[in-house]
Design a protein around this ligand. Structure first.
Ligand code: SF4
Length: 358
């Protein structure tokens, strides 16, 4: 079978309805679609040519089309590393055009969560983030996002573990900068006939792409929204998150309120704690005032080290004090457990081809 051209249609880019449309147009029946979809998304198949259970018309279709005008997304696992506590596993995946992305599997008691990438690199340039430090390369297609979940499921299955329960789109890239591909991937991943992940167990994060948040709200997307805040004044936020110049805090918070009102859900705010930069009691009081009256939860994330940023992480006592101030102000707040830092799989540490060290 000759290699498929890079631009040809990937079956992993399609919802089950779209796969059916394609197969029916080629003269096949809905039963063939169900078998194909099951092979891709339940059996995690990477080689449709070897499926002996396919009926002859479907086998002929596979032989005629796959690898010619139709392809599959099956990124090569070029590196897999586990943290020393064994709870975090980072996969380096090579895409069809050679670009590399990272996906992280995090184990919790009785459940697993995957952190997915949505772009190769990132255009947002957050100063403390390894992906931002590498710059933007390209958007991922829906199939390239879906295939990270399938690859994670293969890993878990090979270890006899239960499948993924939660997804967070907090890996490489800004999900709302690649809105259409991300939403198509989530339609595929929540399809009851396919991977069937629960929408309420999926969190889409953004550093504050306001038009994307407004669209997410207007479309009443059934997923959770996480917004990386990091500062409570425009001047401080601009120093950490350059896109704050384009969409300042007032606009960002208006869009968050719109989301909360239109979906009835709270917004999850992320706050990376950087010692001496954004972790003082005064800054905690400012953020409490900023979010007053909004259905919100604040996740405090002690900074993880990256080679391109000299900031230091906040110690646990200061993080606890910051949290206490928010809680006293009636704002639910947690300090995120640091995970996978020893294999550069923590928040803000993902970078294509990044070594286990930094
Ligand atoms: S924190 Fe997110 S949005 Fe910011 S540069 Fe890193 S990947 Fe991009």
């Amino acid at each position: 079978m000759s290699p498929a051209p890079v631009h040809c249609l990937s079956l992993h880019d399609l919802t089950s309805a779209e796969v059916q449309e394609r197969l029916v147009a080629d003269g096949l029946r809905p039963a063939h679609t169900r078998a194909l979809w099951r092979a891709l998304h339940a059996d995690l198949e990477t080689d449709l040519g070897g499926r002996e259970d396919f009926l002859p018309p479907l086998r002929r279709w596979v032989a005629e089309h796959v690898g010619r005008d139709v392809t599959l997304d099956n990124p090569a696992l070029t590196l897999g590393v586990s943290s020393t506590d064994g709870l975090t596993h980072k996969m380096l995946l090579r895409l069809g055009d050679g670009q590399e992305i990272e996906t992280v599997i995090m184990g919790y008691p009785g459940r697993f969560t995957a952190c997915l990438s949505t772009q190769a690199g990132c255009a947002m340039g957050c100063v403390f983030c390894a992906t931002g430090q590498m710059g933007f390369v390209r958007h991922l297609r829906p199939g390239e996002i879906v295939s990270q979940v399938l690859q994670a499921q293969r890993q878990l299955r090979s270890r006899g573990e239960p499948g993924l329960r939660n997804l967070v789109l907090m890996g490489m890239g800004e999900p709302l900068h690649n809105y259409d591909a991300v939403m198509q991937a989530l339609r595929i991943l929540t399809d009851p006939r396919g991977p069937h992940l629960g929408p309420s167990r999926i969190t889409v994060s953004t550093v504050g792409v306001v038009p994307g948040i407004r669209r997410f709200a207007a479309e009443k997307q059934p997923y959770n929204l996480a917004v990386s805040l990091h500062a409570a004044t425009d001047a401080e936020r601009e120093a950490l998150v350059p896109i704050n110049r384009r969409w300042p805090l007032a606009e960002l918070l208006d869009a968050c309120r719109e989301y909360s009102v239109s979906t009835g859900r709270r917004v999850l705010f992320g706050w990376t704690l950087i010692a001496g930069c954004n972790d003082t009691p005064e800054q905690a009081r400012q953020v409490a005032a900023l979010l007053r009256g909004m259905a919100a939860h604040v996740n405090l994330i002690p900074l993880n080290p990256t080679s391109g940023y000299g900031g230091r992480t906040t110690d646990l006592a200061a993080a606890g004090q910051f949290r206490a101030i928010l809680q006293e102000a009636g704002l639910p707040c947690t300090v995120r457990q640091r995970r996978g830092v020893d294999v550069a799989a923590g928040c803000g540490q993902l970078r294509a081809g990044g070594p286990p060290g930094l």
